[in-house]
Write a protein that binds this ligand. Structure first.
Ligand code: FAD
Ligand code: NAP
Length: 495
């Protein structure tokens, strides 16, 4: 009997909306071999952040035959949406609802707790799937490369953010918040997230999904002053207006700017593109204008302060000789060469020391190489690619931050991930990506993992974790109380 005639492609897909096509395929077997496997391109995505989920979403929507598996290192999905986005920005996390729809689609499967590169190699994935998409983000960070960077009291923003957001490997960070002044290096949105979390009143944070240990540490924090230091000027600041406005309006704080940093800025403002113009006007107003009565009162009663410091690069973190803990940071004074976004910071030879007990380096994340068989541009820290097609590696694609480098909001990541999905579909249509051979997909990979003692976490397992976290949070008046260790997560997932 010709089963292919009985179950046309499209009909299979329609049925599959209720019952997975892969399960359906498995149900119709002759001598143990699945029929129709050849008509379903099998794709796997590595990483379940926005890059992975938006690639998966686009492929599933645009190709009714694609079967897709997502492999994720952690037992829990969503990448930086869970472990990066600030706890006081819950609206940003609504994308999780769309990702959940994708994960629950009949042609999508989630395998958490699978560390690609360690538990399974890229070559093994290439064998099992017609195409592999690497969307594993940027889990490292740029380093300042200055003496004293390893002193007690110096942290990478990536780890500090991971700590307050419950990233398992940052659980033990216990940052020392016993000093009065903190210096954050870098002026991007991550720097502003960190500054806000350091200075926000506890009453603002306690109803968020910030972890309980972080909340308790911040409640005891002695940090009263945060300086956010940039190597270039106000016209090159990397953060966005919403985040500056949140600092300006942060209850219990006042701005502490240096008017000299803004000399000559008003004069060039007319030639600046509109979003940057508005952002700069807000900084100028905050730094230079005499506030109205109400704002004056607010500032008078503030017990904490924050400020931007411009034209400064880190030279050395200085230690208090007795304790060997951070006591100050030495900054080089810069001048700008050129103008606009491309202006370069050039050293003047002058330096200054700023007393501080906490230094947080927020100068960017960095992608890592997870498998030696992959090409990697270590200078740019990305996988070299053309529109998501990895160079000299047919059948392997990339999306998200590992494709572009560690910049861009979720919407930017969405667009670059859709582009990768489109590249792959073009290749399927043109024949550049051969999808005619029968591929085993997750069947062989899960067997490999089982043999290696790795137990993947399914999306239904994640929903158990989600439910436990939400219940724990309810008791505290929070949206969730995150489980903080992989062991705890696996225990819940596997009960
Ligand atoms: P990620 O989100 O990092 O996802 C990568 C995934 O891959 C992770 O789940 C990781 O566990 C997994 N992975 C890593 N290695 C492996 C491996 N070997 N095997 C399997 N899986 C692996 N954008 C906004 O629009 N609004 C915000 O408020 C916002 N806040 C942010 C706050 C911070 C601190 C940061 C750093 C970024 C923020 N962004 C925000 C930007 C946004 O988070 C990124 O654009 C987006 O997360 C990048 O997606 P990605 O999938 O490339 O990486
Ligand atoms: P970023 O926006 O690229 O900012 C990095 C900062 O570090 C810049 O000020 C940069 O200055 C500085 N820097 C880089 N190298 C340096 C060096 N060697 N010495 C001194 N300073 C250096 O990166 P990010 O803050 O990590 O954010 C990453 C992305 O996530 C961004 O696109 C951001 O918008 C997004 N994000 C969004 C939100 C949000 O929407 N709320 C929140 C967090 C993050 P130069 O400009 O001089 O290079």
């Amino acid at each position: 009997m010709n089963y292919k005639l009985l179950f046309s492609h499209r009909k299979l897909w329609t049925l599959g909306r209720r019952r997975s096509t892969s399960r359906l395929h498995e149900g119709i077997r002759v001598s143990g071999q699945a029929l129709f496997s050849s008509c379903s391109p099998k794709v796997c995505v590595v990483g379940s952040g926005p890059g992975g989920f938006y690639t998966a979403q686009h492929l599933i929507k645009a190709r009714p035959d694609v079967e897709l598996d997502i492999y994720e290192r952690l037992p829990v999905p969503f990448g930086l949406v869970r472990f990066g986005v600030a706890p006081d920005h819950p609206e940003v996390k609504n994308v999780i609802n769309t990702f959940t729809q994708t994960a629950k689609h009949s042609r999508c499967n989630f395998y958490g707790n699978v560390n690609v590169g360690r538990d399974v190699t890229i070559n093994e994935l290439k064998e099992a799937y017609h195409a592999v998409v690497l969307s594993y983000g940027a889990e490292g960070n740029r380093t300042m490369g200055v003496p004293g960077e390893d002193l007690a009291g110096v942290y990478a923003a990536k780890d500090f953010v991971g700590w307050y957001n419950g990233l398992p490997n940052c659980r033990e960070l216990n940052p020392d918040l016993s000093c009065e002044t903190a210096v954050i290096l870098g002026q991007g949105n991550v720097a502003l997230d960190v500054a806000r979390i350091l200075l926000a009143p506890i009453s603002m944070l306690k109803s968020t999904d910030i972890t309980q240990p972080a909340l308790e540490a911040l409640a005891q924090s002695q940090v009263r002053r945060v300086l956010i230091v940039g190597r270039r000027g106000p016209l090159q600041i990397a953060c966005t207006i919403k985040e500056i406005r949140e600092m300006v309006n942060l209850p219990g704080t006042k701005p502490e700017m240096l008017p000299a940093d803004f000399e000559g800025i008003s004069e060039v403002l007319k030639d600046v593109p509109r979003p940057r113009k508005r952002l700069t006007e807000l900084m100028l107003k905050t730094a230079l204008e005499t506030p109205g009565e109400k704002e004056l009162e607010r500032r008078k009663s503030a017990s904490r302060s924050w400020g931007f410091r411009f034209f400064r690069s880190p030279v050395e973190v200085l230690a208090e000789p007795r304790t060997n803990k951070t006591s100050a940071i030495r900054l080089a004074v810069n001048r700008l060469e050129g103008s606009g976004a491309d202006a370069q910071a050039v050293l003047t030879g002058e330096v200054e020391d700023v007393t501080c007990g906490l230094v947080i380096s927020s100068i960017g994340y960095r992608s890592l190489l997870i498998d030696p068989g992959l090409p990697f541009d270590s200078r740019k820290a990305i996988i070299p690619n053309s529109m998501g097609r990895i160079q000299h590696t047919p059948g392997v694609y990339c999306s998200g931050w590992v494709k572009t480098g560690p910049t861009g909001v979720i919407a930017t990541t969405m667009n670059n991930s859709f582009d990768t999905a489109r590249s792959m579909m073009e290749d399927m249509d043109s024949g550049a990506l051969d999808v005619s051979a029968v591929k085993s997909g997750s069947q062989s990979i899960t067997a490999l993992l089982r043999g290696r003692g790795v137990k993947p976490v399914t999306f239904a397992d994640w929903e158990k974790i989600d439910s436990v976290e939400t219940k724990k949070g309810e008791a505290e008046g929070k949206p969730r109380e995150k489980l903080l260790s992989v062991e705890e997560m696996l225990q819940v997932a596997q009960t």
